[in-house]
Design a protein around this ligand. Sequence first.
Ligand SMILES: [Zn+2]
Length: 306
Amino acid sequence: MDSRDTRLPSPVEANPRCPSCLSTDIRVHAASRKTGRIINECRVCGSHNLANPPTSEDLNESLDIDRDEFAAWTERTRTHVIERSHTATLQRLAGMLDSSSDLSLFDIGAGAGNFLSLARDAGFQPAGNDVSPGAVVLAKERYDIDMHLGDLSVIDDAGKHDAVTMWCVLAHVTDGDQLLSGALEILKPGGVLFLQTPRWSAMDTIGMRLSDLTRGRATRITDRRIAEHHMTLHSTASMRRKLERAGFEIVAIEPRARYSLTTSDYLESLGVPAALRNRLSRMIDTFVERDWFFRNVLDVYARKPS
Ligand SMILES: [Zn+2]
């Protein structure tokens, strides 16, 4: 038998540092036996980070999604929840900005363009980008919105936008600092950043305990919450530190319960058997509607200093 452990997707840092507050006081948790993923917990700010993230080549490959694949994915999302939070966010952004002139909004990782279409309805000039070719095709096809294909490095919009938004983008990139400085750069002075990002919740604490107690055997929850698709789960404190380091002024950081996959799809992704799924998803839906369920995301508003 080969003595080397080849399960790990990339080497683990010997002396890890928190990507939010830069502390080196890190607890390294047991590796998942299923995926080899390791979670680093910052004891200072409470951020949880994937210790062995995918390489940027693997990441780019996984985001190379064509039109039909992307369209199939949009079918699985909980449209009414998303629209409601999109509309509330646009109202709040408009209230924070001087609306005497035409406001321009750039959505980073805009997907199929549904948020940009609502932004246009609300009076914003829409602009955005996505790294998946299928997303750019669908945004044109469904909403007649022209988006940039690629990350922020393909865009030359310095100081141009009143608002910049990111719906669940920050947790998907290996270099969050670079993404935030890109967002700061394309904002006008005094412009507002909104971002939604997954939050370390009581559900994750339970999942982490189970994984630690079983030395990485019971990892259903942690594998679902921290993996290639979510490399960081933030706390309020870690979000604050990260944004301040990037040069933003914090306006609000708010924990929320928001589940954008349908509950049934979410339970399926956690491996809950079909027989249980219907009853359980009705119960959870009631909790989510009343905001009683785990607050799984942070809504963040921050300003570029004028
Ligand atoms: Zn930290």
